[in-house]
Design a protein around this ligand. Structure first.
Ligand code: PLP
Length: 464
């Protein structure tokens, strides 16, 4: 199993900007010890495990106090940001069934930058997602959202911050709109929930986003991101327990007994809850302030270094430690390929093409090395090569072909292209041609099928 990790990205050494949040080995040991201590327990039944009940209640209380909650705030620990958002959407649906019986086809209204887990929730729970464009600074556009409210809208969403560009939506404006129209409002602070309150205390300019804003009815905040907890832990909070009631499930006539379940999962692993409690108690406010101060210093250092490389820029003016690196003159997907060859992993984003950077504590020690490598990669990308010309030609050809070929042909061609470029099991080391092709595709339906094929093939157990 250790050998199986040989080709994984080296997160321990800050080689990935997302996916893993890491402080140091000592903290990892603490998380492992807490998690191992509760390796077998099950959070499904709090009467059997009062210890877990205590941990969950205290985690929720600590998070609520951090996010402007009061004694009425209610919530749960979930397995992650996605589950917290699933809970918020399901709650909104059932709240609307009770309080908005006029609504026949409930809708979630959100900016295009809100996390896809909400779209997933809508697919799971029979809701419709209505997406609005963002402003030039990538923040939600209040006017566009106002115009998109329909008699079926039940829930509005804003992010603090959004994942793609790390900017905080104008929550005060959006939540006021929701309140005026009698809608629920969810702040997705999965990324910022354990950062923004500390930055505010440190004197950074942080817009209001939490329960102190009138109209905010629920908030998600991930412990396993900037809470630096072990994977599998997030918090979903509601303004009061009456609203939270809609999240819960209970079966009263099962032969196995009365079966209550507060969140999506049945059996709830106790390890992540225990580890999250341990890290919150261990670091405390003082620890998180210190960590966030250091992370912000790294962010400022990295951003200055990136801006000093000719052709590179940061999109908009992100409030915290998440941002997107872009360029007007160079293909950033090629830049990502070059970085991959040097062992760095940055997610490729689209509309516009940019690279994702979630900076956390572990990046303090690699900032210089990253900037040196980035400058070298940018030099390479700037130089014209045969491969780059070929990529440009493939993208142009695909653009023309999608206009003239029937949909089915195009989809077959795309499958072939993806296989050629390394799809069907492993991912190629150079993905710029694929991303260029994808970005130029007008028919996103084909793309969805293609990605589903890829997902399918990645987890196939044999060559059926
Ligand atoms: C803003 C935001 N919300 C929700 C999620 C989903 O979180 P998870 O991956 O823990 O399910 C993410 C993940 O990156 C996110 O960035």
């Amino acid at each position: 199993m250790r050998a199986a990790r040989d080709h994984d990205v080296e997160w321990h050494h800050g080689r990935v900007f997302g996916l893993v949040y890491h402080i140091n080995d000592e903290i990892d040991e603490l998380l492992k010890e807490a998690s191992n201590l509760f390796f077998s327990e099950n959070g499904l039944n709090p009467t059997a495990f009062p210890s877990l009940r205590k941990f969950e209640t205290e985690i929720v209380a600590m998070t609520a106090s951090l996010l402007g909650g009061d004694e009425k705030t209610a919530g749960n620990v979930t397995s992650g940001g996605t589950e917290s958002l699933l809970c918020a959407a399901k709650t909104a649906r059932d709240w609307a069934r009770k309080n908005r019986p006029d609504v026949s086809a409930p809708e979630i209204l959100m900016p295009v930058t809100a996390h896809p887990a909400l779209e997933k929730a809508a697919e799971y729970f029979g809701l419709r997602v209505v997406k609005t464009p963002v402003r030039a600074d990538f923040r939600a556009d209040g006017n566009a959202m106002r115009a998109a409210i329909t008699p079926n809208t039940i829930l509005m969403v804003g992010s603090a911050p959004s994942y793609p560009h790390g900017v905080v939506d104008p929550i005060r404006e959006l939540a006021a709109l929701a309140q005026e129209r009698g809608l629920l409002f969810h702040t997705d602070a999965c990324v910022g929930g354990f950062v923004l309150p500390f930055l505010k205390k440190l004197g950074y300019a942080v817009p209001d986003f939490d329960f102190s804003v009138p109209g905010v009815t629920s908030i998600s905040a991930d412990l396993h991101k900037y809470g630096y907890a072990a994977k599998g832990a997030s918090v979903i909070l509601y303004k009061d327990s009456a609203l939270r009631r809609h999240q819960m499930f209970v079966s009263t006539d099962w032969p196995g007994g009365i079966y209550p379940s507060p969140t999506m999962a049945g059996t709830r692993p106790a390890g992540p809850i225990a580890a999250a409690w341990a890290i919150l108690r261990y670091l405390g406010e003082e620890g998180y302030l210190e960590i966030n101060q250091q992370v912000m210093e790294t962010v400022q250092y990295l951003q200055a270094g990136i801006r000093a490389i000719p052709g590179l820029k940061i999109l908009s003016d992100p409030e915290m430690s998440v941002f997107a690196l872009a360029s007007d003159s160079m293909d950033v997907y090629q830049l990502a390929d070059e970085l991959s060859l040097r062992g760095w992993h940055l997610d490729r984003q689209q509309f516009p093409a940019c690279l994702h950077m979630t900076v956390n504590f572990v990046h303090n020690e690699v900032a210089d090395e990253f900037l040196r490598n980035l400058a070298a990669c940018a030099d390479t990308v700037r130089r014209p090569t045969i491969q780059k010309t070929a990529t440009r030609l493939i993208v142009r050809a695909a653009n023309v072909l999608t206009r003239v070929l029937p949909e089915e042909w195009m989809s077959r061609l795309m499958s072939k292209a993806s296989a050629l470029l390394g799809g069907g099991g492993g991912l190629p080391s150079r993905m710029a041609p694929m991303y260029g092709l994808i970005g130029s595709l007008p028919n996103r339906g084909d793309l969805k099928e293609l990605v589903l094929d890829l997902l399918d093939s990645m987890t196939k157990t044999s060559d059926q």
